[in-house]
Write a protein that binds this ligand. Structure first.
Ligand code: GCU
Length: 420
């Protein structure tokens, strides 16, 4: 699988790396920034203090120190429906493909959104939105999905950095299209490489150059890296969803796995139009606390993937306790909107306990805002989800999106969307 391949290059060397710890007794102590105390020491007493003081402060710190500042919606952006099939998947679904031309120009950077919605559900239909790793054609074996022509990481079924038919449907397990449709929801998905190919090229390809000022050749140290760009792409997809009357843009769950789980959290933190946020095995730079010395570290992620975060984030490689934020505050930025953090038992690289603690320590903000936090104070047993306004589970097995994960996300969404 694509994800296993992505991990293989990086994860195999872990045991010999002295900077990587897997021993819980060696994690050591750390002090987290308090979500409800501002940098100047002022206590956040109510929703208004949170909204006006602490939330903007935290958001600004994640922008300047971690993911980098992103631009807004480009004025000329345009949409074009490139294919529409009313009887897809044996008549169960309507399939649509939409091109988003970021600058309005068809020859400029663009992304292709694949949308399935249940044919028999009454519009407007709630949507699960997520980026995919291998091209839209990998999410289902449906021969009607356009094969991606964009750059792909070398691997099975990839020839000259381009996908071949052999990769069609390869990620179907991770997407569970039929399950989503059977619940009455739509799926919208985009190949993340449409927005920014996932390798360090000094930000020459992808969407970054659209926004360079005259003479600028790469983002400034406080400007967006690739995670910022992918999250920005999710917001642009939401811009499209707002124009599609068959879909309910007020009920969109943004979901992502691993690096794209980090991306979903950052998208949901910045863009309050997302109604639910789901992080699957997002690990370091996602839901896992950076200060916990377990699994991947800030230094390691910045070294293996120098293009993911803002340049400024590298300043914390050997000084993680100097970070003015930690990842529980990223989750807190989503409050009071429902958020689901999921781990996998064998995915130690992502630090399951650190992910749980990220969710737990975001919860005071949910409660301050009158929402339900995480209804647990201890990590739950394997395969025992805890569902509140903040939800968490640790699934048996490894780093992946499994049917079990989707079942929980669908139930979680049903529960929250029904209440509205
Ligand atoms: C690597 C990386 C993780 C990331 C994962 C993925 O393992 O170290 O931070 O989450 O790739 O995206 O698959």
């Amino acid at each position: 699988m694509v994800l296993a391949a992505a991990c293989a290059a990086v994860c195999l060397a872990q045991p010999e790396d002295p900077g990587i710890n897997y021993d819980e007794s060696k994690v050591g102590g750390y002090t987290l920034p308090d979500p409800l105390v501002t940098r100047s020491g002022e206590r956040v007493r109510n929703a208004r203090d949170w909204r006006e003081k602490r939330r903007p402060e935290i958001l600004g710190l994640f922008e300047s120190e971690v993911y980098g500042r992103s631009p807004g919606r480009p004025a000329g952006m345009s949409f074009e429906t490139t294919s529409l099939e009313g009887q897809a998947l044996g008549g169960k679904a309507v399939r649509k493909e939409v091109s988003v031309y970021f600058t309005g120009s068809k020859s400029g950077p663009k992304m292709q959104i694949l949308i399935y919605r249940p044919r028999d559900a009454k519009p407007p239909v709630p949507v699960f939105l997520g980026l995919n790793f291998g091209g839209n054609h990998t999410v289902h074996s449906d021969p009607g999905i356009t094969l991606s022509k964009e750059w792909m990481r070398p691997g099975p079924g990839i020839t000259g950095n381009r996908a071949t038919e052999a990769t069609r449907g390869r990620a179907a397990e991770s997407w569970q299209v039929e399950k989503i449709l059977a619940r009455g929801y739509a799926l919208a998905t985009i190949y993340y490489g449409d927005i920014d190919p996932d390798y360090d090229d000094g930000f020459q390809n992808g969407v970054h150059p659209i926004f360079y000022r005259p003479g600028q050749t790469r983002p400034a140290p406080d400007e967006w890296g690739s995670i910022g760009a992918w999250a920005w792409g999710l917001s642009r997809a939401l811009d499209y969803l707002e124009t599609d009357t068959d879909l309910d843009a007020r009920r969109v769950a943004v979901m992502g796995h691993s690096r794209l789980g980090k991306t979903a959290l950052w998208a949901g933190a910045q863009d309050e139009r997302f109604s639910i946020v789901i992080s699957n095995n997002s690990g370091e730079g996602g839901a896992a606390l950076a200060r916990r010395w377990y699994g991947e570290t800030v230094k390691r992620i910045n070294t293996s993937f120098p293009h993911w975060f803002a340049g400024n984030f590298k300043r914390y490689n050997d000084a993680v306790s100097a970070l003015p934020v930690d990842q529980h505050l990223l989750i807190a930025l989503i409050a009071p909107r429902p958020v689901y953090v999921a781990s996998a038992e064998e995915d130690r690289w992502a630090d399951p306990r650190g992910e749980f603690l990220g969710a737990l320590h975001a919860s005071p903000v949910y409660r301050l805002l009158g929402a339900e936090g995480l209804p647990a104070s201890e990590m739950p047993a394997v395969n025992q989800p805890v569902l509140g306004g903040v939800a968490y589970h640790v699934r048996s097995g490894g780093h992946a999106v499994a049917a079990f994960d989707w079942e929980q996300y669908l139930a979680f969404a049903a529960r929250h969307w029904k209440r509205r």
